[in-house]
Write a protein that binds this ligand. Structure first.
Ligand code: SF4
Length: 236
């Protein structure tokens, strides 16, 4: 691909998470919660397993007995290239954008939860309760992100509002979006720099190179959903 062709191509946003660097500190989950106006869990939501976690640390057992190891793996929406969640939505409330980001249209969602059942990564959450924050946090919501009402399904958007902001800034300065200018909050907050984000179709990008690493794998790859989130195994 030459420079001109590259300038014309649309990015295909994806993420790489290096499990060698991730220490499961939950910095990513906290950043996601704050950035995206996700109500904190309450004793009731936790007891009923109805808390919302767009970025979740999933327990994963590695190895064969007796040499087994339990580790926690950060799991956002995989923004699958072949997403089963879209196929089952009866009202077209979820769609794949031109740059591969799976969007959720809250105004269309009727809360039937077919998508939640179809997602093999448990990345979707039904909003069981009216969103509420403790008094001290209610004045610090992110104005760039909607507050979702009770009764809709929600999930990670790769912080799509940040892409729009970065695009607007680049347009105002009459230039192209620079690599690294658009990063989801989780990637930016990771203290061990275990998360990478960028254009998977740009062979020069770090994320594209890491996704092709021999250490790279995807969750539930056999299902054919083609996730755009890659993981790097711990070094041997
Ligand atoms: Fe849809 Fe789940 Fe894939 Fe996200 S991870 S695109 S919600 S199937």
């Amino acid at each position: 691909m030459n420079e001109t062709e590259h300038a014309k191509a649309r990015p295909r946003w994806g993420m790489v998470i290096d499990l060698d660097r991730c220490d499961a500190c939950q910095g990513c989950t906290t950043a996601c919660q704050t950035e995206n106006n996700i109500p904190p869990p309450t004793p009731q939501s936790a007891a009923q397993d109805r808390s919302i976690r767009w970025m979740e640390l999933l327990p994963n057992v590695e190895g064969e007995y007796p040499r087994v190891k339990l580790r926690l793996i950060p799991r956002p929406c995989m923004h699958c290239d072949k997403p089963p969640c879209i196929k089952v939505c009866p009202v077209g409330a979820t769609a794949i954008g031109a740059e591969g980001i799976i969007a959720q249209v809250y105004a269309r969602c009727i809360g039937c939860r077919y998508c939640t059942t179809a997602c093999p990564y448990t990345a979707r959450y039904f909003n069981w309760y009216p969103p509420r924050w403790p008094e001290q946090l209610s004045q610090s919501l992110n104005p760039d992100v909607s507050v979702r009402p009770r009764g809709v399904v929600e999930k990670c958007s790769f912080c799509h509002h940040r892409l729009q902001k970065a695009r607007d800034k680049a347009a105002a300065e009459k230039r192209e979006l620079r690599p690294g200018e658009y990063l989801p909050a989780c990637v930016e907050a990771c203290p061990t720099k275990a998360m990478f984000f960028g254009d998977l179709d740009d062979p020069r990008s770090e994320v594209a190179q890491l996704a092709r690493s021999p250490r790279s794998f995807r969750l539930l790859e056999d299902l054919g959903t083609e996730p755009k989130v890659f993981y790097l195994r711990e070094g041997e």
